[in-house]
Design a protein around this ligand. Structure first.
Ligand SMILES: [Mn+2]
Length: 356
């Protein structure tokens, strides 16, 4: 298991590489270029500058989160091929600096979604929350405005302004795309990536939909065990793998996380793991918590145990944390609570390794 932390870059992260390297057990970051419009090729010189910066700080840069997929690819429009060509070149550029895993998602229009970015918990900390009734009563444009106002001035992943300007048009285009069509479009995308992944060894790791159910009537397919199995069968190659995100899949308590880890991990198809805990009150009603098992509804020990037992040697990171100790920063991505999470998960791992 290789413990890493997500990082948003010098210009857009209040957490520095110099702080991240001080968290015991953390050996690298999951990074990205955030100033390249979705669909365009990531320029090699910018990738090199980022990789050099990370490596100079004593950290590894082997995971990218995320290279976002242009909406035309998800919609299956004729224009998709040019965007896939750019994606392929981006993979080649990233491979040239040592990137091994690329996290991406295939969620129509919206990336991850919350109704609250800073809900105060009983202990005075702040966490993100999802209340279905608040989402249902709000139209998508209002949600985006709310995100903008609540994001402390930081851009939030998946909510790039250039995508949102054409929101209404894109929403109407999805009327013709059901779940089966979305699977077809994902298959087309993955088949076209296969040669460059075979050539470079880069592994694609699809992130589950967050939350793992349909929002605003849009199809969502990366949601449960059966659909994950279906994704892996679209192209039966190690390059077509998963980011197992406990907080995303775990929002649906029907999802048996340790069972999924054992099933897909044993097949060598889990390349990246996001570990996060949630307190679930009812279906569609939850808030994020500290990583500690007893603070939430998900059993972090069982998650780590399943990973340990399959001999997981891929990348793992603590996912969203709370805002604690007065820290101000991008919602979900403070330093303190994620550092606590990293230490807690590393501690479980050490215990597992010494119990046998
Ligand atoms: Mn995640």
């Amino acid at each position: 298991m290789k413990m890493i932390l997500r990082w948003f870059g010098r210009d857009d992260d209040h957490v520095s590489l110099e702080y991240i390297v001080q968290i015991p057990g953390v050996s690298g970051i999951a990074g990205a270029l955030f100033d390249v419009p979705v669909g365009e090729e990531w320029p090699l010189d910018k990738i090199r500058a980022l990789a050099d910066d990370v490596k100079k700080s004593g950290l590894k840069f082997e995971v990218v989160e995320s290279v976002n997929v242009h909406e035309d690819i998800k919609l299956g429009l004729p224009t998709r091929d040019q965007y896939i060509d750019n994606y392929i070149q981006t993979i080649r550029n990233l491979a040239s600096v040592g990137v091994k895993v690329i996290c991406y998602n295939f969620m129509p229009v919206f990336d991850w979604l919350r109704s609250d970015l800073a809900m105060q918990l009983e202990d005075g900390s702040y966490a993100m929350a999802y209340h279905e009734d608040k989402i249902i009563d709000t139209n998508p444009v209002e949600i985006i405005e709310r995100f903008r106002e609540g994001s402390q001035g930081f851009s939030l992943p998946g909510w790039e302004p250039e995508r949102l300007a054409e929101l209404k048009q894109v929403l109407s285009q999805y009327a013709a795309v059901d779940e089966d069509k979305l699977f077809d479009n994902l298959k087309y995308f993955l088949e076209r990536l296969k040669p460059v992944c075979d050539e470079t060894g880069v592994k694609m790791a699809i992130h589950p939909d967050d939350p793992p159910w349909s929002v605003f009537g849009l199809p969502r397919i990366i949601t449960n065990r059966d659909n994950l199995a279906r994704v892996l069968s679209l192209v039966d190659s190690p390059h077509n793998g998963l980011t197992l995100c406990t907080g995303s899949l775990g929002a649906n308590l029907d999802n048996d996380l340790p069972a999924m880890i054992r099933e897909f991990g044993k097949r060598g198809r889990i390349h990246f793991v996001h570990v996060r805990n949630l307190k679930i009150y009812a279906p569609g009603d939850f808030h994020e918590t500290s990583h500690l098992s007893s603070d939430g509804s998900l059993d972090m020990f069982e998650v780590m145990k399943a990973l340990y037992e399959i001999g997981f040697d891929g990348y793992l990171r603590p996912d969203h944390g709370r805002m604690i100790w007065g820290e101000k920063g991008r919602p979900g991505y403070g330093l303190y609570d994620r550092a606590l999470g990293a230490m807690y998960l590393t501690g479980i791992w050490e215990a597992l390794s010494k119990m046998v």
